[in-house]
Every structure is written in structure tokens, then in C-alpha cells.
Design a protein around this ligand. Structure first.
Ligand code: NAG
Ligand code: NAG
Ligand code: NAG
Length: 426
């Protein structure tokens, strides 16, 4: 059973993978010589495979001569947001049999596939005449001017429309052409990983030009601090809270370093000119230590050093942190306090407080993976909801139980017959 389920799951995965991995382009088909007929309905979200497109949708035009306009890159957005630039297409579509397919897989494969269906493929160069042999089936391919060199999609679409108008006015009357307009690949990249790569490139370019404030990255560890690191200073013995000092992110030295071992990692975040209790330290370093055990990691401790005064104190967390699976980041919007116990001059104790941060170790990308939140799933509102539901269920159960316990009379009085007499003996 589980084997069977497993293979079903695998099948499902591979099917899904297939339908998302291929490039999908929009296709417009029209034939102004045919009456507007009923076309197979297409939903906007439907992905159409090439064989389906060819056999079901294109075949409904019963085309003998096909004029294929091929754009290097085309997406639905090009068609829907530039309708005024593509006004010729709009007119043609309205004046004859036409079909718009938003997502067709690899529609340009027509060029390679139709010859096997007996089509004679002719490539039409610009301004060259068209001489078709007296064969029955022809596929005329017109490659539209490249849009990739055109900085504006609007201009590119306008140009494509002009070229199509030009070609059709010249050769459109020669045969009864069924006309197809599509692209070799999407102009908007659809695939997530490509999108992420682009995002990543953008991020890293940005990082090179101007570091993102609060973002610290070294080796396999990255950390984002939404707020400045705060240090709680205590004085006297026993230590009594004195004041909180912020370490402004503006003072970050942007020369974070790190180290990565198989079971531990360190991220050293450096700041310049840190003022603590009236004393300025030229260089302050916070070393975050991470530990990896059994596929999960944790922020183990923090140590701090100010100038040459090395405080190798371990600031331990005041609460237990969850172990986070490798491949996930840890995010916390609440205060996260590392309790220290070292002295620095007149300061007898320091706590390091992070408020609002995300961190991930043991992963070398420059972006975070999905976040493991420090707030557990069972928050107070969820408990309230669960308790109230439980209460209602109990009330309902008791009610139903009582309802089922009601006994009705087993005999009723018949007004026409003899009244029921219950003999009673004293
Ligand atoms: C960590 O990164 C630094 C440069 O940022 C590099 O010199 C060092 O070799 C790296 N260490 C490891 C263990 O990858
Ligand atoms: C961090 O500290 C600087 C200087 O004290 C301050 O201007 C800035 O607003 C602080 N940032 C945050 C997020 O609190
Ligand atoms: C400070 O913390 C370290 C590590 O937890 C511990 O070994 C040491 O005894 C502590 N020192 C004091 C003075 O409490």
C-alpha cells in the first residue's frame, strides 16, 4: 500500500514538475476567411501541451496554409497590456474565426513538427517575395524583429504589429492563410528558480554597491538585524541594572568575518566607535556561535570583545531556543536576550538584546530560506480558540445526549375510541 502511494506521489511530482518546468507562451490564431465559429473553451489557467494544441486547437481551423509569426519572446502581459499597439491583431481576431490560448507549451515546435504532417516549410525573409509551390499544405514562417534589443516592450509590440500588417497586406491574399502569432519563449521569466537567481543577483549587486543596513554575512552564516543591538549594562555587586545602550547599525564596520566547520560556525559582526558608559571603543566585535547537531542548528552563545579587552564570556540565552532544521532560517520578532556575566571597567554585567532579527547558518546562499519562528504555534489566541471550541463541543454533546434520553409515550389517547383507563388498585 505505502509503496503504491509512494509511486503515485512520485508520478504526481513528476507530472507537476513537467508542467511547470517547460516554457509556456501565449498563442493567437485567426483566419479572417472563416466565419466566427465555436472554439473549444480555454481557461486562463489551463496549460496546453504541444500535441494537444496541434491536434485539438489548431486542427479546428482545418488549416492548409499557415502563416506563423514568431516573436523571440512573448508573454500574456505583452498581449493584454498593449492592446492599442496590437490593434491590427485585434481587428483580425474580431473579423474572423479566432482563438487565444494563454499558455501553450513550446508552441514554436510547430516549425519542426508540421513537416511530418505534410507541410512544406518556407521561411519568409523581410521584403523578399513569396513563391509558394502548388502544394497543398504550406507553413510560412516569419520571424518578427527581435524585441530583446528594444528597450521598450510597447515599442516592440507596435513594431511587431506593423510588420504583421505589412506582411499580411502583401501576401495574405495569395492563399487562405490561417495565421498564428506566438513566441519562442516567454518574455517574463516564469520559473521560480530563475526569478530567485535574478533576485539574488540583484541583491548581491546591491550588497556590493551599498550594504543593506543590518544585514551581516560571512561564510555560511547570515544575519539580519531589524533593530540596533541593545546592551543592558549593570553596575555594582551584586549587579543592578543601570541603563541600556544601543549599538547603531550605522557604525557597522561591514567587515564581518566568519568560520564554518562541520558542526559549528561563527559569525563575527564588527562595529566601529562603540560608546559604552562614556568610554569609546574603536572596535567592538560580537561573535555569534552556532552549533549543528543531528541536522538541526542553534544559536549557541554570543561573546563580545571591546578593543583589546577580550571578553570571552559566553552570553547564554535566557530562554531555550528551538533547534532549527538545516535549510531553514530562524526569525524572532520578540526580544531575544543573551545573559552575560563579565565585567568591563565599572560595568559588572552585560546582557545582549536582539529585537527583531533573522539568522541562518550552515547555508552559503546570500538569501534566507523559509523561517522558523521563535513564537511557537500554540499562541494564546490559538489556545483560547481551542478551549472555546472544546467547551462548545462539550455543551453540544451533553445536549444531544439529553435529547436522546427523552422518552416519548408509547400510547396516545384515541378521541373516538375508548379512553385509556389505567386500572389502579389501592
Ligand atoms: C570564510 O570567508 C573568508 C572570507 O570572507 C575566507 O577567507 C575564509 O577562508 C572562509 N572560511 C571558510 C572556513 O570558508
Ligand atoms: C539605531 O541607532 C541609531 C543611532 O542611535 C538611530 O538613529 C536609529 O534610528 C536606530 N535604529 C533603529 C532601528 O532603532
Ligand atoms: C560566567 O559564565 C561562565 C559560562 O557560563 C561560567 O563558567 C562562569 O563561572 C561565569 N562567571 C561568573 C562570575 O558567574
Amino acid at each position: 500500500m505505502s509503496k503504491w502511494l509512494g509511486s503515485l506521489f512520485f508520478l504526481y511530482l513528476s507530472l507537476c514538475h513537467n508542467s511547470f518546468a517547460k516554457d509556456h507562451v501565449p498563442v493567437v490564431i485567426w483566419n479572417t476567411n472563416q466565419v466566427q465559429g465555436s472554439v473549444p473553451s480555454v481557461s486562463a489557467l489551463q496549460y496546453i501541451t504541444y500535441p494537444n494544441f496541434q491536434a485539438k486547437y489548431l486542427a479546428s481551423f482545418k488549416p492548409n496554409n499557415i502563416l506563423l509569426f514568431l516573436q523571440d519572446a512573448l508573454s500574456i502581459e505583452d498581449l493584454t497590456s498593449h492592446t492599442s499597439e496590437l490593434h491590427h491583431i485585434k481587428e483580425w481576431m474580431e473579423s474572423g474565426h479566432s482563438l487565444f490560448l494563454p499558455n501553450v507549451e513550446d508552441a514554436a515546435h510547430l516549425v519542426h513538427d508540421l513537416p511530418s504532417h505534410g507541410y512544406n516549410v518556407v521561411k519568409l525573409e523581410h521584403d523578399a517575395g513569396l513563391t509558394l509551390k502548388q502544394e497543398d499544405k504550406n507553413l510560412v514562417v516569419v520571424e518578427l524583429p527581435s524585441t530583446l534589443t528594444n528597450p521598450s516592450r510597447r515599442r516592440a509590440m507596435q513594431k511587431a504589429d506593423e510588420v504583421m500588417e505589412n506582411v499580411i497586406s502583401k501576401i495574405g491574399a495569395q492563399r487562405d492563410f490561417t495565421i498564428i502569432f506566438t513566441g519562442s519563449k516567454p518574455s517574463v521569466e516564469q520559473r521560480n528558480d530563475q526569478f530567485e537567481t535574478r533576485l539574488r543577483v540583484a541583491r548581491s549587486l546591491q550588497a556590493a554597491a551599498e550594504p543593506i543596513k543590518g544585514f551581516h554575512l560571512a561564510n555560511c552564516t547570515k544575519m539580519y538585524l531589524r533593530k540596533n543591538i541593545t546592551i543592558n549594562l549593570y553596575k555594582g555587586n551584586p549587579p543592578v541594572f543601570d541603563k541600556s545602550v544601543e549599538i547603531p547599525e550605522n557604525n557597522a564596520a561591514n567587515e564581518d568575518t566568519g568560520d564554518c566547520q562541520s558542526d559549528s560556525a561563527i559569525l563575527m559582526v564588527k562595529y566601529n566607535d562603540v560608546v559604552l558608559d562614556g568610554v569609546t571603543y574603536k572596535k567592538a566585535i560580537f561573535s555569534f556561535r552556532f552549533e549543528l547537531k543531528g541536522g538541526s542548528w542553534i544559536v549557541e552563545s554570543v561573546s563580545a570583545s571591546f578593543d583589546t579587552i577580550l571578553i570571552r564570556a559566553n552570553y547564554k540565552l535566557d530562554t531555550d531556543m528551538d533547534w532549527v532544521p538545516v535549510g531553514m532560517s530562524f526569525a524572532c520578532s520578540e526580544k531575544f536576550i543573551f545573559i552575560g556575566n563579565d565585567t568591563l571597567g565599572s560595568i559588572t554585567k552585560m546582557d545582549i538584546v536582539l529585537e527583531g532579527f533573522q539568522v541562518q547558518s550552515f547555508q552559503t546562499l546570500t538569501r534566507f530560506d523559509g523561517a522558523w519562528d521563535c513564537v511557537g504555534f500554540f499562541t494564546v489566541p490559538i489556545w483560547c480558540g481551542l478551549l472555546i471550541t472544546l467547551l462548545l463541543v462539550i455543551i453540544l454533546t451533553i445536549g444531544l445526549f439529553m435529547l436522546s434520553d427523552i422518552k416519548t409515550m408509547d400510547r396516545f389517547d384515541d378521541p373516538k375510541g375508548q379512553p385509556i383507563s389505567v386500572p389502579s388498585s389501592e
